[in-house]
Design a protein around this ligand. Structure first.
Ligand SMILES: *[C@@H]1O[C@H](CO)[C@@H](O)[C@H](O)[C@H]1NC(C)=O
Ligand SMILES: *[C@@H]1O[C@H](CO)[C@@H](O)[C@H](O)[C@H]1NC(C)=O
Ligand SMILES: *[C@@H]1O[C@H](CO)[C@@H](O)[C@H](O)[C@H]1NC(C)=O
Ligand SMILES: *[C@@H]1O[C@H](CO)[C@@H](O)[C@H](O)[C@H]1NC(C)=O
Length: 278
């Protein structure tokens, strides 16, 4: 508290000294910002929207007057003239953005489809148009140009435009259609009526049914025939099979006789031989 008080005292003292020094050097400093020094005294300045019409004299204060049309004055002035409004040059592509007043200047901007070609905006430039396959990532403002970007996969743009963004490819499935042609950056997916393939499918269903039925029938017939043939074979082959066993047995016997034999086989053979002899 005491430190702050001392600081404030110092600041006040310093300020006073500075003010006195300034008064000694520049007499206008004793006047505030709405005044000016003339004839050894403070004369009034003219407020926004006005100008000095008669400067102050020894025995009279400043006389002010309104700015003329198309002119403005936005401060406290000792000037005798106001400033003309800015002219928005249509040939340069400029249009009035904010109407002027006695206190404010006109604000110009570039007309639709163009943007300022410089910070000062003395002229305008046409906004860049994005080509097919590109979309406007950022549309132009009155001070900035269009920013174009290539359409990402799954998106397309089939028009040159300064404002259009890339559109997503159509979904044939969602539309109840079928995919015909792939999409590109500049063309949409092409869909077609599911008609053709659906009618094809509808034609295939009975065809498939017929095939299945015929196949089943064929199988049934084939199995029945097989069964019947087997029965015939069984009836016919019963004796034939016995003959075959005998045929196989007969030539084997002499071969077996030449081989070395076990006691049992010898006995059996001798028995067989006995049987044959008998
Ligand atoms: C300036 O001084 C004049 C006359 O003393 C007074 O009427 C006016 O309010 C002052 N203006 C400011 C901003 O101090
Ligand atoms: C204004 O006053 C100054 C001194 O205060 C004097 O020299 C000057 O002649 C006077 N002018 C008029 C027009 O009265
Ligand atoms: C300028 O463009 C904006 C937005 O596209 C539109 O609303 C406005 O009507 C246009 N003005 C003119 C003069 O074309
Ligand atoms: C752009 O694509 C859309 C959607 O496929 C289509 O309707 C339109 O006719 C196309 N426009 C041009 C100019 O190709």
């Amino acid at each position: 508290m005491r430190a702050a008080g001392r600081q404030a005292a110092w600041a006040a003292g310093g300020g006073l000294l500075l003010a006195l020094a300034c008064l000694a050097l520049d007499p206008e400093q004793k006047c505030n910002r709405t005044q000016y020094e003339a004839h050894g005294k403070c004369c009034s300045r003219c407020p926004p929207g006005q100008r000095v019409s008669v400067p102050c004299s020894n025995d009279s204060d400043t006389a002010c007057a309104s700015c003329r049309p198309q002119h403005f004055q936005n401060g406290w002035t000792k000037q005798t003239v106001c400033t003309p409004h800015r002219y928005c040059d249509q040939n340069a592509g400029l249009v009035v953005h904010i109407q002027g007043s006695a206190e404010q200047n006109v604000v110009c901007r570039c007309r639709n489809g163009t943007h300022c070609s410089s910070r000062e905006c003395q002229s305008c430039r046409e906004n860049k148009v994005c080509q097919e396959g590109e979309g406007a990532q950022q549309t132009a403002t009155d001070t900035t140009d269009t920013v174009c970007a290539e359409c990402p996969v799954g998106f397309f743009s089939n028009i040159s435009s300064a404002t259009a963004s890339c559109q997503p490819w159509s979904s044939c499935w969602a539309a109840g259609l079928v995919h015909k042609t792939d999409g590109t950056r500049s063309t949409d997916v092409v869909c077609e009526e599911a008609h053709r393939s659906r009618s094809l499918a509808l034609a295939l269903v009975p065809l498939a049914a017929v095939i299945v039925v015929l196949g089943g029938l064929g199988l049934l017939l084939w199995r029945r025939r097989l069964h019947r043939r087997e029965l015939q074979k069984q009836q016919k082959n019963q004796p034939a099979e016995d003959d075959f066993e005998e045929d196989k047995g007969c030539p084997a016997l002499p071969v077996q006789e030449t081989l070395p034999m076990t006691q049992e086989a010898e006995g059996k053979d001798s028995r067989l031989a006995e049987q044959e002899h008998a």
